[in-house]
Design a protein around this ligand. Structure first.
Ligand code: PMV
Length: 347
């Protein structure tokens, strides 16, 4: 087949145990586990035809964004050994997100996983060789990892791990491993409200962030902590122990920011309103006994995580006590999602 179009939609994810620090070809320094989101998704259309001079165009939400195009170009060149057919084609790629930029939702996870799914479907189209479903997902996760480490986990619904660990023999450094079949029912429809403290662009790219771990004085201690937290978190996801869930979840979020604050150079991504919101969340939990916990990505915005049956109470709390701390009073409601969806496949 020398021309065609494939399109996939793929979600972002929120790490419960954070990947922070890498080596070699996108190999994580520690294992991570995340919850796949439902509403925060990227949609990517990939059209291909025989290679000509202009071999790649990339449009993001109807616009040419040179920085994104450069990243896609580097990514495609970097994986041409893994997917040799890439060298024979010209690509026209269009992508859009259902969520706004710089909101604390990892757009590289959704965008790179959507593109990886498109490339794996394209490979089947152009070679005529179909992979078995699990092999297809594994390959897509492997390719997504090379675009953005966290994107490897977005290939799977519900919960996914990435990175070798003695606690989970199926886990790999090369691709993510689904964890949905092991989880306690309470986590099946877990909620994530994303509180927008600031929509400003990130002060540290994740590439620069991971590099800070290379000579971080606490690197070894962090990898030990991450391994221990990972093992605990897998047990918690199986048992449904929400008190421990919150303890580990918040420890991971604050460790990530602690590491950034005492890196060289140092980054303080938390804003005063982030800290005030954290205080209020902890007071609310203490006084109501509602199992409301938070996590953070590499930015100032807060992911509020809680069981579905607490949705009304948490919504009332956010509206009454947290909204005034948020930029434009903005927050997004998300929850556990079902993974990538095929939108189009045509010759
Ligand atoms: O996938 P990257 O390179 O954008 O790194 C993601 C890093 C964190 O979002 C902070 C943690 C994680 O595991 O998703």
């Amino acid at each position: 087949m020398n021309k065609g179009t494939v399109a996939w939609e793929s979600p972002s994810n929120i790490a419960l145990i954070k990947y922070w620090g890498k080596k070699g070809r996108q190999i994580p320094r520690n294992p991570s586990v995340s919850m796949t989101l439902k509403n925060a998704v990227s949609k990517t259309w990939l059209s291909y035809s025989e290679r000509n001079k202009e071999w790649l165009t990339f449009e993001f939400e109807g616009k040419n964004v040179p920085a994104f195009a450069k990243r896609i170009e580097k990514f495609l060149e970097g994986i041409s050994e893994d997917l040799p057919f890439i060298n024979d084609y010209t690509f026209h790629i269009k992508s859009e997100n259902t969520f706004p930029h710089s909101t604390g939702i990892a757009s590289s996870a959704s965008a790179m996983s959507a593109l990886a799914m498109c490339l794996c479907s394209m490979e089947e189209q152009v070679t005529g060789k179909k992979l078995e479903a699990n092999e297809f997902m594994r390959k897509a996760s492997y390719i997504a990892r090379l675009g953005s480490g966290s994107a490897s986990r977005s290939i799977y619904n519900s919960y996914a791990t990435w990175g070798e660990s003695v606690a989970f023999s199926k886990a790999s450094n090369d691709y993510a491993t689904p964890f949905s079949k092991y989880i306690h029912p309470i986590f099946k429809d877990y909620q994530d409200f994303i509180l927008i403290v600031s929509g400003e662009k990130k002060k540290v790219s994740s590439t620069a962030g991971h590099a800070l771990m290379n000579d971080h004085p606490f690197a070894q201690a962090r990898y030990e902590q991450a391994n221990a937290n990972f093992e605990r978190m897998l047990g918690i996801l199986r048992s449904g122990d929400l008190e421990s869930f919150i303890e580990v979840l918040e420890n991971e979020a604050l460790s990530l920011h602690g590491l950034m604050m005492n890196s060289n150079p140092s980054f303080t991504l938390l804003r005063p309103n982030t800290l005030q919101a954290i205080e209020l969340i902890r007071d609310f939990r203490e006084s109501t006994k509602i199992p409301l916990g938070f996590t953070l990505d590499a930015g100032p915005n807060i992911h509020l995580m809680f069981p579905k049956n607490e949705k009304e109470q948490v919504t009332n709390f956010v509206e009454a006590e947290l909204k005034s701390l948020l930029e434009g009073g903005r927050y997004l409601k998300d929850e556990t999602g079902s993974g990538p969806k095929l939108l189009t496949i045509a010759n």
